[in-house]
Design a protein around this ligand. Sequence first.
Ligand code: ZN
Ligand code: ZN
Length: 269
Amino acid sequence: MRIKWIGLSVWLLWATTNAHGQTGSLEYVANMGVRLELRGHSFLLDALHDFYKEAYRFTSAETVEGWFTNDNFSVALISHAHGDHYDERLSMEFLRNFQEGHLCGPSQLYDSLYLKGQVLSLKRRVHLISKASQPTTVWQQEGVRITGIRIPHVNRRHRRIQNIAWLVDGGSQRVLHLGDCSADKTAFKNVARMLGSGPSPYIVAPYWLGLSTEGREAMAQLLPPDQGSRKWVFSHLPPQGYLQYVNSLQENFPDATFFTVPGQKIVFQ
Ligand SMILES: [Zn+2]
Ligand SMILES: [Zn+2]
């Protein structure tokens, strides 16, 4: 009897692991754009954008076409309404293409989506959040929960821009995306609260955060330096001249990942 139970438990563990695809991956798309595979779901974070300025890498038309033709995404997350993170046309195409796909972003997207009357019929699948410091859960399915919280955009002239930090929580694997955040201590404290005591997430951060003392102090609130730097993923690096930033970041974050070439991938164990 006992052997049977052990056998059943092993099978259940195997079945659960396989059914939910416990292993997953985080793949670089462009600028701060990433594609995340978790528990059998595909997610896009800040990846729906087109050419904006020379200084930023953008998602190629072929990549977008490949997604829309061959893939099935559950959710597209947008940190804020700047052209190097978000494109209105591609976001609408995403919603039309994936009939069960959801789009989540800051309430400022209301201006570009709702006011043009484009999204009213798709409202059930659009989640725009506005609360300042409270984490808001926007999507939950089969062991994955997505929560967002406001974190100020870097640079005072952009202080009106609503920037959201998104946590995609798959239980044993978690990914936090910070968008164009500034090193705001209070906001980081709130993000740390949103993370709670679960396993350390991979954190997709803009490269500038790790370059200043202030930024590194804010980062330490999310992942203490004594836990190593393996879970930091630096992005938003300029397509030209990024090596100087990578070199100086490596002094403090020797084991971090630097997303510089589209297609780079972290495979979760
Ligand atoms: Zn921005
Ligand atoms: Zn940006």
